[in-house]
Design a protein around this ligand. Structure first.
Ligand SMILES: [Zn+2]
Length: 647
């Protein structure tokens, strides 16, 4: 047997270890979401936990790990006649690219109909029953799978349903997800459904880092010897988990602590009641973990620290984590017997938006086409942006922007060719004309393999939304730039909700820059935009060429993701590539149109004398033309189809 890295030997990561142990004691807390950059030993700790979970007694031969003392009456393998046997608690990993069938299991209707056998192939949810289900990069998992996963985690059961046939089995597991926030956030609705969250980072302390290296090298040199040295400590943790589990039902939760939990959650302005329940469960588990018979203030504090940070986020661009000062204050406020000390002043909310300090109250003069650089304007408030979609039907990663063939979504028709899942009606219709020839007698229908039809489904895909933003002097009048960045932030928020990748090209002064290469992190795009400097001349043609190169590179990297180019400009091109700045820009636009890139020009031209170049640019791009003040969804209804993409 190969030895994993022992849980007890992990240095630091106290919050993470506590969060995992509390869930091991009380799985109803709802799992742990671990956030942190790569190389922070997240998975080492999670795998270490699985080794600590007490072994489970199962019915021999049951593929669904039924407990002989209380077998699942709906178990697909029932009735059970196997003997009881003991197996270690399992750690099951869900790969990011998993299909729905792999997760929940598959009902093989095709085999059922043609061969007459009942065929249910259990999925990973069943394998994880009574163990740990670990999803690395949970933020990259398709929403549909995350929903299925969290539903099963919440109900302790999995349901598989296909064409009216359904199977259900027990699936209660400790759910652990890890994610690197730099690769894109989890939607707030999904964040909220994880019981606890922990932020992990590599230690800054030299002594701690030294110890991490020392132990890691010792482990690699002799894994089993290293594990043996830590076996006693791990065994002590196993005993402590077992004891705490047994004690859990008898831990008391006094009314005063229930009120403290309610007051705490109210002060953090969380949605709904889920937070209160999670904090309550985690408080009880924490009391059981430290061997106390009753929940005390310290248990509530420890639970709140793990359960509240991800629930108080109002906006995907807020800083994660919990404000320590706010937590302490809320705990004091909620205290039934407040100590009579009062902290005067205390400077609440000193963490104001640093962007505010760059605002210039004097009203900077509109320095025309000079080469001066101005700091970024504070974006206007975001609004619900209109939907721009790429025309045609793609095959890209699931999302919410453009039409696509996919395994999800509604069924369009049956096909003999490539499709997703069985199309029952189509299959029967194909078999029906041949019944006489096949010698059918009596009820039932004679199906041959060649009758099988599959479903062609259509759903939505995500796209790459590349912004090319004009930051030149003609755009830089402060009020205008605020409106422009506000609009781009709104489009970015929209891209976030539609799970798009985004990129940002800006052009000003002498040249264009790829400020943000295509990424799933919309947060990074917003951060870049907030730091955007403006002023100088307008190299529009260069900006478009830069966008063209970026999209060409990205097409090699991710060929199925269709791009949408959003050009934000007033069209006052002043920097020529060859002779005439505007003619050069039109030529660059022709290149993009020739590649079939779908595009939208956001027209920022204002004032009494308009040259109308943005409209001409949209025409040259074979794209849509929208004025800046028409970007909001309440201004116009309907989807704007950007130019057709390569079919
Ligand atoms: Zn069973």
């Amino acid at each position: 047997m190969t030895s994993g890295y022992p849980f007890s030997a992990v240095v630091g990561h106290d919050d993470l270890r506590l969060a995992l142990l509390l869930n091991a004691v009380h799985p109803a807390i709802g799992g742990v979401l671990v956030r942190g950059e790569k190389g922070t030993a997240k998975s080492t700790v999670v795998r270490g936990l699985a080794a600590l979970l007490p072994a489970v007694v199962v019915v021999e031969g049951c593929r669904f790990s039924c407990d002989p003392a209380a077998p699942d009456p709906a178990c697909p393998d029932a009735p059970h006649d196997g003997a009881a046997t003991t197996t270690p608690a399992r750690l099951v990993e869900l790969p990011v690219g998993a299909t729905e069938d792999r997760l929940v299991g598959s009902l093989d209707l095709e085999r059922a109909l043609t061969a007459g056998v009942r065929a249910y192939q259990p999925g990973l949810l069943s394998a994880a029953h009574r163990g740990v289900l670990y999803v690395d990069e949970v933020n990259l998992l398709h929403d549909h799978l995350v929903d299925l996963l969290l539903d099963a985690a919440a109900m302790g059961r999995a349901h598989v349903e296909r064409d009216g046939v359904s199977v259900s089995h027990a699936a209660s597991f400790l759910l652990v997800g890890t994610m690197n926030p730099e690769e894109g956030e989890l939607r707030p609705q999904l964040l909220d459904r994880f019981g606890l969250t922990v932020e992990v980072a590599a230690a800054r302390d030299v002594a701690v880092r030294t110890e991490v290296i020392r132990r890691r090298l010792a482990f690699e040199a002799d894994p089993s010897g290293f594990a043996a040295r830590w076996a006693a400590e791990d065994a002590a943790l196993v005993r402590r988990i077992t004891t705490a589990r047994a004690a859990l039902p008898s831990v008391r939760l006094p009314d005063a602590e229930v009120r403290r939990i309610a007051a705490l959650c109210a002060s953090f302005d969380v949605d709904g009641m889920r937070a209160d329940l999670v904090v309550a469960r985690a408080s009880v588990a924490h009391a059981a973990w430290r061997g106390a018979g009753e929940v005390a203030a310290q248990d509530v504090e420890a639970a709140a620290r793990l359960a509240l940070p991800h629930r108080r986020r109002r906006d995907p661009f807020d800083e994660p984590g919990i404000d320590e000062e706010q937590l302490q204050q809320a705990l004091r406020d909620a205290d039934p017997d407040p100590p009579p000390d009062d902290d005067p002043g205390g400077g609440p909310g000193s963490g104001g938006d640093p962007a505010d300090s760059t605002a210039d109250p004097s009203g900077t003069p509109n320095s025309g086409n000079g080469n001066t650089t101005q700091p970024a304007a504070t974006p206007d408030p975001a609004f619900q942006a209109r939907l721009f979609s790429v025309d045609g039907v793609g095959e890209g990663a699931p999302g919410r922007r453009s039409r696509a063939r996919s395994g999800f979504g509604r069924t369009l028709r049956a096909t003999r060719g490539r499709g997703h899942g069985l199309h029952l009606v189509g299959t029967l219709a194909a078999a029906a004309p041949h019944q006489l020839a096949r010698g059918r007698s009596g009820p039932g229908i004679v199906l041959w393999r060649g009758d099988v039809r599959r479903a062609v489904r259509e759903g939505k895909e995500s796209n790459l939304v590349l912004f090319a933003v004009d930051a030149s002097g003609s755009m830089a009048a402060r009020k205008r730039m605020s409106a422009v960045t506000g609009a781009v932030v709104s489009l970015l928020l929209d891209a976030y909700q539609r799970r798009d990748k985004v990129g940002l090209v800006t052009f000003r002064g002498g040249s264009a820059d790829l400020v943000l290469p295509p990424t799933s992190s919309v947060e990074a795009a917003v951060a870049r935009l907030r730091r955007l400097s403006t002023g100088g001349r307008t190299p529009l043609a260069d900006g478009l060429l830069r966008a063209h190169r970026t999209l060409a590179t990205e097409r090699l990297r991710d060929p199925r993701r269709r791009p949408l180019l959003v050009v934000v400009t007033d069209g006052r091109a002043t920097v020529p590539l060859r002779a005439d700045p505007v003619a050069d820009a039109m030529q660059a636009a022709g290149l993009l149109a020739g590649d079939g890139v779908a595009s939208v020009v956001v027209d920022c031209e204002r004032g009494p004398v308009r040259l109308g170049i943005p409209a001409r640019l949209a025409h040259a791009l074979n794209g849509a033309h929208v004025r800046l003040d028409e970007l909001s969804a309440d201004h116009v209804t309907g989807v704007v189809r950007a130019a057709r993409s390569v079919a």
